[in-house]
Design a protein around this ligand. Structure first.
Ligand code: ZN
Length: 293
């Protein structure tokens, strides 16, 4: 990257090939993006955290349904059998819990709730906006039991109820806007320098903006997932055990993409230790004594 040196050089900034970075343009763009950001920030009822979301719930659900149909049409959906029945029973329990909890009821009642099992070796599961859930058969051995399956289900449903998909979509739109602004402001620089400026911005946005949010999302989904688990009378003590099994996946099988941004296992275990006394007390008040384990 060539930098302007002296007065004459500085006068040339913004004109001709090999010019400098046009900071005034970047400043104006940054103000515009800032205004756009703050006019689309809302507090989430579940977490109290401010979220930047530019898509409506209706748009989000429509997109969820579209992707769900696409995935199912390209996958080997298991039509029936005991595993499908189990998935649907646990799914219905957690969806009912979400419909009943005051903070999740509004959105959960708008959801269409569908649960499908896909034949695949991948240890994967997701819940798209609208309550469109898919489990891959490869995750069943990790789930290991009803409570384990409910932990995964609760976590995935929590992501959808927390509108994390819409938030990520909106955030990457914001990053693209920022990157476009950098591209314009660097329009007079030579192509290599312009490319470098855009890459530096893109990398910074990933590391400083997108990734911290995705780890935050995982922690929120763990917490709300635990609340749903307890509300549906599944053993909350299975949650840390399940994530330990998930973390132990490996040995040639790389962790599934959906888990790659999950918080490190130490922090996750620490969170569950902090939440567990309340979760156990809430379970016992609602569902009776937990068996010893
Ligand atoms: Zn997650």
């Amino acid at each position: 990257m060539r930098l302007p040196q002296q007065g004459m050089r500085r006068l040339r900034m913004g004109r001709g090939r090999g010019g400098g970075f046009r900071w005034p343009i970047m400043l104006i763009a940054a103000i515009g993006i800032g205004v756009y950001y703050f006019s689309n920030v809302k507090e989430n009822d579940l977490t109290g955290r401010s979220q930047f979301i530019t898509v409506s719930e209706e748009q989000e659900v429509a997109l969820g349904l579209q992707s769900y149909r696409q995935v199912l049409s390209e996958s080997a959906v298991v039509g029936s059998g005991p595993e499908v029945d189990l998935l649907r029973r646990i799914g219905a329990d957690l969806a009912n819990a979400a419909r009943a909890l005051p903070q999740t009821a509004e959105l959960a009642n708008k959801f269409d709730w569908q649960f499908n099992l896909v034949q695949s070796d991948q240890a994967n599961a997701f819940c798209l906006p609208g309550g469109y859930v898919a489990f891959y058969t490869g995750i069943l051995p990790v789930a290991a039991n009803d409570n384990g399956l409910a932990v995964i289900m609760g976590h995935e449903i929590a992501h959808a109820l927390l509108r994390h998909g819409a938030e990520r979509m909106s955030q990457s739109q914001l990053v693209q806007l920022g990157q476009a602004a950098v591209g314009v402001a660097a329009g007079d620089m030579d192509p290599g320098a312009r490319q470098a400026a855009m890459q530096i911005f893109g990398f910074g946005a990933q590391v400083g903006f997108m990734l911290p949010y995705s780890r935050e999302h995982e922690t929120e989904a763990d917490k709300i997932g635990l609340d749903l688990l307890v509300a549906a009378c599944y053993d909350p003590r299975e949650a840390p055990a399940l994530w330990e099994r998930m973390g132990a996946l490996g040995g040639g099988q790389k962790p599934p993409e959906m888990f790659s941004t999950h918080p490190d296992s130490g922090r996750r275990a620490e969170n569950f230790r902090a939440w567990m006394p309340d979760a156990v007390a809430a379970f016992e008040a609602r569902c009776g004594a937990l068996p010893a384990r």
